[in-house]
Write a protein that binds this ligand. Sequence first.
Ligand code: ADP
Ligand code: MG
Length: 550
Amino acid sequence: MRLGGRPILLLSEGTERTQGKDAMKMNIDVGTSVADAVKTTLGPKGMDKMLVDEMGDIIVTNDGATILEEMDMNNPAGKMLVEVAKTQDTETGDGTTTAVVLAGALLHEANSLLDQDIHPTLIIKGYKKAQMEAIKHLDEMSEKITIENDEVLQNVCATSMKSKGTAIEREEILAKIVVKAVKQIAEKSNGKMTIDKGNIKIVTKEGGSLEESRMIDGIVIDKERVNSNMPHKHSNPKIALLNTPIEVKETETNAEIQITDPSQLESFLEQEEKMIKRMTSKIKEKGVDVIFCQKGIDEIAQHHLAKNGITAIRRVKKSDMEKLSRATGARIVSSIEDLSENEIGSANVVEEKKIGDSSMTFVEGCKEAKAVTLLVRGGTEHVVDEAERAVVDGIGSVTCAIETGQVVTGGGASETDLAVKLRNYAEKIGGREQLAIEGFASALESIPRTLAQSAGMDPIDTLVKLRSRHSSGEKNAGVNVLKGRIEDLKKLRVTDPTKVKKQAISSGSEAANTILRIDDIIASTGGSRRSEGPEGGMPPGAMGGMGGMM
Ligand code: ADP
Ligand code: MG
């Protein structure tokens, strides 16, 4: 750059700058390779990935979000795809791989459009039209359901859990309890169903089999009572939640005390005991039967509590304390002195039960708020971990299905149908945008294509057949990955919530569009960075962490 013949140095030395198509292609390459990395995990025949971190810890998983999270990407285009997965996860709780695969496919299609000299602005415009059209068609093709459609909800749940693959063989068992749990906590307000997934607690315990998994109407705390002399069961107990230790205060025990003769020591110990006694009688006075304590409970206190028939559980996690508070109506207090009628909660039963070789505390029949626990069992740590992730996905998809009341056929059926519709639409639009819309249609087909590949089917052959069956009105034709053939997937009960598809399409195409808007990469080896571009540059944060790019 020159001004009046003098060169102007805009960038400091050592800054690397990539512009125009090169910059775009570079980002596209990164985006598509990230998508390629997770692609093979899509669907029930998806492969697992083994992730090893710096500490040598190993995770074997099939979950797109987990993989991307662990990949520790420090490249901006890659990070954007991680964001896609995260958004998908927070918005719907399922469909992360789908969203990332879609974003990757959109970038891949954009690449060939760029090669045909179509300007990125036009590609983006076409993609946006296609996106809106796709969302519209999704609404039209969806089956409408309500919370009463248990069977469909279980299908939705099993479909999202099934893709977690090998570890989980009997997903219907889990699907039943997941649907039961979500229905239990669903609430109707202003004619709409709302579901606070935070009201479902998942407790995993290895040992035992998946069939032993169940739903508990209440909260299960993975802890036993501090002292076996305490009652193991209370009916209609009063419950207190304490976030301070029950013991003689630290400052007092740690204080230096000069003891000159044995009687002094005795009186000191007596003093201590008196204090503890006072605390427990205060608890007793209030009629408390069960205490959940976030901190420790010392031995003298345990003894006195047990003597008074009070059951106490110590070192309860903060998150559990909060759940208990919501469900039992008890308030978390920081001093026993504060304990009054208002702070005390209740439940139908608090009981210690043996699960496998450990004891857990069941707080059942909570009246204040709906709270349920899914107790997930499985033979090994790997099985319960994957089962837990599957249950989380299942909860997400059932929640989506109930909240929006719409489902579509999975296995690539809905995507193929959308692609056929988009191609018809593209013809009406004409011009160069038509090519972009057709590119969008091909990108949607990356889902059936990937599923076909995972089943060892010929992807091109499968797509051609799928298209023709959809064109002749077979709306539910999709890839039966388990049998490796095209079938009516509605009959096979492979069902996805429409919201998951919509979100995947939206966040996938937004990420692709964002990447396509970038035509200038300025990477400094440390100092400041900046950008410029005809479309008004990139969104804030889009190029964070440029250092890793070069
Ligand atoms: P995501 O992270 O996107 O949810 P998954 O690995 O869960 O990825 O795969 C979801 C895809 O697998 C969906 O398109 C769904 O319809 C499809 N799918 C699930 N079960 C089957 C099945 N039995 N046959 C064919 N496709 C299936
Ligand atoms: Mg899934």
